[in-house]
Design a protein around this ligand. Sequence first.
Ligand code: GLC
Ligand code: CA
Length: 573
Amino acid sequence: MVLLKDDEKMVIQNKKWWHEAIGYQIYPKSFQDTNNDGIGDIPGMIEHLDDLSDLGINVIWISPINLSPMVDHGYDISDYLQIDPSFGTNEEFERLIQEAEKRGIKVLMDLVINHTSSQHEWFKRAMADLDSKYADYYVIREGRGEEPPNNWRSMFGGSAWEKIPGTNKYYLHLFTVDQPDLNWENPELRQELYEIIEFWLTKGLAGFRVDAISHIKKIYDEENLPSDGPDGLVTVWENYRDALGIGEFLGELRDRVFSKQDILTIAEMDVVDPEKWEEYFGDNGYFSSIFDFYHTAYSIQGKEFANDSEKFIEFLKPLVYKKQELANDRVFFTNFIENHDLPRSLNRFIPKEEIGFHSASVLGMFYFFMRGIPVIYQGQEIGMVDYPKETIDGYIDLATHNNYQDYLLNGLSETEALAQINIENRENSRTPMQWNSQTNAGFTKGTPWFAVNPTYHGLNYQQQKEDPHSLLSFYKEMIQLRKNPIYKELLVYGRAVPGFVEASGVVTYQRKLEKQTISALCNLTNQTIAVDYDAKFEVLLNNYAELDCKTGQLTLLPYQGVILEETSSVNGK
Ligand code: GLC
Ligand code: CA
């Protein structure tokens, strides 16, 4: 236990290994192919462990690698106990865990237990015999006349119900039609899931990223509700996202499996009411941590922001600041700016013509020193960008195609719909990793499953590895600072004081622990901005060679970010 002192109160924090986690997300299909089938694989991950260790991260989260027909690229699991052969074997996965461990890296799997694939044995048996026990593993309801049981909309578009051939029954799928939702009301099903989790924990896993877990509780509507779109369907979040009663399931999951081992569990969950944070996260919560989604719905390319970085940052600031303030002494958020469901952060935060080393590095500084676990998504560390397509056929993802159809249904022309999809689709971040300037960016010698972004000639890992001034090198410096024994305790446990000085377009926060204070000032605009800063300091990190400062003021260049250690605090205190 460590005693944390602050001005008002003493806070006791149980130390956990994962408080010091610096994470890296691997999207396996696009990481590194080694057998030239065009699909990234486990040997490819093993091949790059030295690079990851060189980067400095200590936890990897791997998007699903279990057996899957890949309708949703692995988020549709047909056998939880098998590794999909396109990725490798169970033995290779165990070898990955061991090889990672040798380098001080722990491995998290993706736990997809809201739904299975329609090719899962349970579902096949359920469909073959609706009176079998497996039918009750899924959410199956009688249709109303010729209509589905109700008019819920799937999160990936269209009705959330699919008719079971030869019957008037339907099964529920909140995601694609090939991802039937599991019936968590059934204790036998829950027991099966716990055994699966235990199976993987015995292989030496350090924990899980827990997929779509806020959807496991459903409050069923017996009839149609008023529609909210031209498709006649309705999205009723309160009935299937963090729905009333979900705590019963989450509590059991914690008590029966998660809490028995010293693991890290990060929930993919948004909109949990701050009043419930302690119930959900932390020492006594259902999970260790949660991804903080405050920013993910917005893009600088949105009409409301019109590529105006100052306006965009000023809009986001109160959201960021509020979460950081509320999280102090309470929960460890998992902070991130990219994942496999989002366009690249540079395209979402920075106007296109301003994307470059300074904007990319300051964007990293903006979230990396906040209180919580920082996670980097593959390719973010070299500044990979979106790859817009010329026709909708350039995309594979079903959700992307459904969204496109929805836009057409809502009256957009094909050109308008494609333009919108290019900005917001989640496959933007799924292009193969750009390792070097050779064929297919060194990702594969075969035909890549998804087109490589042609930017790789000038933007790749190898080039940046050799350049001490590259974004990759800057990420390494950020990680080294977080791990530096002099600052580690402060950067892990120190309180966050967001917005300690006000300047439009500039994100500022401090981290404080006992007598130590570190200040982050990140100018996320293309303007030179003077900021009041009345303290003596040392520069710990700067994405420019110089810092212009005179008494009481710092002048930040366009997209300049600095991390300063105060040697005497603001107001001389
Ligand atoms: C999560 C995943 C997403 C997937 C969905 C269904 O949101 O991040 O990629 O499609 O769950 O499993
Ligand atoms: Ca392969």
